[in-house]
Ligand binder design. Structure first.
Ligand SMILES: Cc1cc2nc3c(=O)[nH]c(=O)nc-3n(C[C@H](O)[C@H](O)[C@H](O)COP(=O)(O)OP(=O)(O)OC[C@H]3O[C@@H](n4cnc5c(N)ncnc54)[C@H](O)[C@@H]3O)c2cc1C
Length: 332
């Protein structure tokens, strides 16, 4: 049986945290199958220490293809490299993050490899008896969870939502092999060259990476009141999030939406204000370290599951919080 592979993502030579999240997923699958877990790294300037971190956090081997020409992600070249590795080593499973590059690379490679791909999985498991990968993801607008198999083709390929898994702690006792693989000239897609990268625009909302998120919902009553959420976020250095209801009403743009049909977040602190805590919203916040809820209904679901529940009117509680935070900051 082939190994389990996870794609390690890097940006400007720094490994992205999602690389370690994938290793946590891959580790449990490899353990169930009794195979090795391999992290595949395509990029440039990733240090040996960072590659070792991949081993400490779950990989048995690292296949590292590094070249200055791979500094920026280009789909044709990256896919050709991945396909070349797949043809040579015949992995059982290949997992990547459902990030912009993962969502581009994986379907392109799957088509070239003649296999299937399940995008945006929230759960993965191994089917007893067959060893097939069970790939679960929301389907039909999120109304059902569908479990998809690829019984006839290999490798089985899937992308996983970032922030839906906690990375394993680095275990300094773990050992593994790092294989440096030279880039073959024949794999370079000469048709594409990167002239420059667009700067992240003002519509860029980095909710997934935020340490603190302040989110507002329908309880804010109207768009103007969302300013309270923004002010509280600003005082805390937080990123603004929202429920789908607030987004559907046009109070704030879609990139701010948290939940099943929005973003999955994993901040240290999530503060939900005027949000009831519908199951689809909770799907996006369940890996938050600390959940704070502000709601005037004692029966609100978010209050019940919160680590800190403030039962009260948002229009009284939030201005008071902003005042206290500003005072504390001023006192420093
Ligand atoms: C397929 C599908 C996908 C979905 N995807 C998502 C998703 O990604 N994200 C998402 O969020 N939802 C999603 N939903 C919608 C979800 O089911 C809920 O409808 C939505 O989350 C409700 O938003 P809300 O909590 O802002 O509004 P409500 O449920 O109306 O809750 C408003 C809350 O505000 C409180 N409140 C009112 N006034 C005040 C006040 N003055 N002070 C304090 N609290 C107050 C109320 O007590 C209430 O708890 C999805 C639904 C479906 C069917």
């Amino acid at each position: 049986m082939g190994d389990v592979w996870t794609m390690a993502e890097q940006y400007k030579g720094q490994l992205k945290n999602v690389s370690f999240e994938l290793l946590a997923r891959g580790r449990s699958l490899a353990n169930k199958l009794g195979t090795k877990l391999v992290a595949v790294l395509i990029g440039w300037n990733v240090s040996p220490a960072d590659m070792r971190e991949l081993i400490l956090r779950g990989a048995d081997e690292v296949y590292s293809v590094q070249d200055e020409g791979l500094k920026e992600f280009t789909c044709g070249t990256y896919a050709a490299i991945l396909l070349d590795l797949i043809r040579e080593h015949k992995p059982e499973i290949v997992l990547a993050a459902a990030t912009t590059s993962g969502r581009t690379l994986m379907p392109y490679t799957a088509v070239l490899a003649g296999t299937g791909l399940t995008a945006d999985c929230t759960a993965l498991d191994i089917e007893e008896g067959t060893g097939n990968l069970l790939q679960t993801r929301p389907a039909i607008g999120g109304n059902i969870m569908a479990t998809i198999k690829t019984p006839d083709h290999r490798p089985q390929m899937a992308t996983i939502r970032p922030k839906s898994t906690r990375p394993l702690d680095a275990d300094p006792r773990r050992t593994g092999v790092i294989k440096n693989i030279a880039l073959k000239d024949s794999l370079i897609d000469e048709r594409v060259s990167v002239l420059g990268l667009r700067k992240e625009g003002s519509d860029f909302v980095n909710l997934e990476e935020a340490d603190v998120v302040v989110a507002g919902g329908r309880g804010l009553k109207k768009q103007e009141n969302f300013r309270l959420i923004k002010e509280l976020a600003e005082s805390l250095g937080a990123v603004v999030g929202a429920s789908r209801d607030a987004v559907d009403r046009g109070w704030i743009s879609y990139p701010h939406q948290i939940g099943l049909s929005g973003k999955t977040i994993s901040p240290k602190v999530y503060i939900g204000i005027g949000i009831s805590g519908a199951i689809q919203h909770l799907a996006g916040i369940k890996t938050s370290e600390t959940i704070v809820a502000i709601n005037n209904d004692p029966e609100a679901n978010l209050l019940k599951i919160a680590d800190f529940a403030i039962l009260g009117d948002a229009f009284q509680v939030v201005p008071e919080l902003i005042k206290i935070i500003r005072q504390k900051k001023g006192a420093k």
